[in-house]
Design a protein around this ligand. Structure first.
Ligand code: 6PG
Length: 256
């Protein structure tokens, strides 16, 4: 994990202010990418926290601020469930955002979980990312923005403690069996997050205060937490609400 000077920690008084700040960053980064490269490629995160952000982006306040026809939206991870299953990250984003804005189906890139097994889903998604994303000088696919959440065990995407995907460096997408959920996930691997131009961690609520302190303040201890394995080459910023940041000292927090 990069040391504090390598990333910013922004704290907002409540969840709405937090979502508005991330929405503003999303709009700015989209404009920047479209102006520079003609399109904006972003990986959405799943779970519960980002749903309010996706709904906000679909609201009258933000929906007209993005050239959706020049945006390609992906997922950092997906559960190995049907795309209309209640646990599907795609289903959550479809209802909260995709169906509310003018976004062509061809611009939505979700994991095809209808394939035979998790490995096939991962392989197909790996190929899709490689074909749609811009590549850097080393030929690596590069996201303009990756929105990441974090669990209270320090996982991000579906990079969970104790899983083999943590050491995957060749594939950009892999399948991972997550013991604690007795379920398969499909997830980007660390190299993809490490080479994204921007990474934003969106973290909200008192339930994340302990893990935020552990990740950002405490000395790294064994077993190292997945998010501490990140080594971002781009800009990584933490966007927290005051509840999630309650255990952080003021001198660690950046002013916006
Ligand atoms: C997922 C996410 C996962 C999520 C964290 C935090 O598929 O669940 O991609 O990495 O971001 O588990 O989830 P909450 O926002 O629900 O706390």
């Amino acid at each position: 994990m990069s040391t504090p000077p390598d990333y910013n920690i922004y704290v907002f008084p409540d969840s709405l202010a937090l979502q508005q700040a991330v929405a503003g960053a999303w709009v700015d980064l989209a404009r920047e990418a479209i102006a520079a490269r003609g399109k904006f490629c972003m990986a959405l995160s799943g779970g519960s926290t980002p749903k309010a952000l996706y709904q906000l982006m679909a609201s009258a306040e933000y929906r007209t601020s993005v050239e959706w026809d020049k945006c390609h939206l992906f997922f950092g991870d997906e559960r190995f469930v049907p795309s209309d299953h209640a646990d599907s990250n795609y289903r959550m984003a479809r209802l909260a955002l995709f169906e509310q804005v003018e976004l062509a189906t061809a611009n939505i890139h979700h994991v095809d979980t209808s394939l035979a097994d998790p490995e096939s889903c991962a392989q197909a998604y790996d190929e899709e990312l490689r074909s749609v994303l811009p590549h850097d000088e080393q030929g690596r696919p590069v996201f303009d923005l990756m929105l990441q959440g974090m669990g209270d065990d320090g996982h991000t995407a579906s990079l969970f403690p104790g899983t083999s995907i943590l050491t995957e460096t060749n594939k950009i997408v892999a399948a991972a069996y997550v013991e604690k959920f007795n379920a398969w996930r499909i997830s980007v691997t660390f190299p993809v997050i490490n080479h994204a131009r921007h990474v934003i961690f969106l973290i909200s609520g008192k339930g994340k205060a302990e893990i935020i302190k552990k990740v950002l303040l405490d000395p790294v201890s064994e077993p190292i937490l997945p998010v501490q394995m990140l080594s971002p080459h781009g800009q990584l910023d933490w966007y927290l609400d005051s509840d999630a940041a309650v255990l952080l000292p003021a001198n660690l927090i950046n002013q916006r």
